[in-house]
Design a protein around this ligand. Sequence first.
Ligand SMILES: [Zn+2]
Length: 122
Amino acid sequence: MIKNKQETNEETIYDKLMPAGQYISNENPAQPSNSQDIKLVNVMEDLVLSRLDSTLERFNCCKCSKCKKDIAAIALNRLAPRYTIMKENNTEKRKTAEDEYGANVISAIIQAILIVKESPRH
Ligand SMILES: [Zn+2]
């Protein structure tokens, strides 16, 4: 009895921890999957890095690689990580992540830019 209850709890916790799990079950079963191509990806990191340059363009902030990495680190520390597994070139999943988290990512990048702009570390 106790064991069953624990299993149920673990499943509930897993669902809470891994909302991205829905991506996994959406995999098209007709497509044979090649496990060699599957990567563990923090989609937040992907999004921050892909939006960093275009967001920086809008600010009069130092754009050296040190400041850019600083901004990325600060932004990522402000965002909850969203890990998922996907094939390297799965643009559909990246698009879904962008639709879902894009606004949060931009907001975190802007806050990070303001911090680094205020006191660059060089
Ligand atoms: Zn700099």
